[in-house]
Design a protein around this ligand. Sequence first.
Ligand SMILES: [Zn+2]
Length: 153
Amino acid sequence: MNADMALKRLKQPPDKYIATASPFAAVLTCSDPRVCPDHLFRCELGDLFVVRTAGHVMTQEIEETLAFAVLNMDIHLIVVLGHEGCLAVKAAAENAYPDWNLTKLIHGTEEEHSTACKSRLCAIEPFKSMIADGKLQIHAAHLSFTDKEIQWF
Ligand SMILES: [Zn+2]
C-alpha cells in the first residue's frame, strides 16, 4: 500500500467516538502491530491508557507518561507487555543500530527486558510509594504467538 492509499484509508471516519474515558489500566507495550492491547485484552475504546514504543523501551518521558496516568486517572494497574519475536529486541541483541538509544535500552530476551522494565518502574516514584501503600500493582506479561497465550509474571 503506497502512502496515498494509506492516507485515504486512515481518512475514513472512525466508527466510534467517546467524549470522556475512564481507563482502568495502563499498558506499556511494543509498537508492533500484532501487539494491540485493546484487542488482546478485549477492551473497548477508552478502557486502557496505552504507551507504545518499539521494544516497549522506557525513557524518562515514558516513565512520566505512566506517572501522569496513575496520578490523574483512576488507574491502579500498570502492565508491561512484551511479545515473542520482537524485532527491536532482536536488533538490540544483534547490535544492529549501535548509535541508537532505542537498542541501548534493551538487554536480554523479551521476557528479561519486560522484567527489567517492570523492576525499574517498581523502583521509582511515584510508583514505589503507591505500591507500598497498596494503591498500585505493576505486572509484566508476554505474548506468545507460538502458544497463543499471554503469560503473566
Ligand atoms: Zn516488539
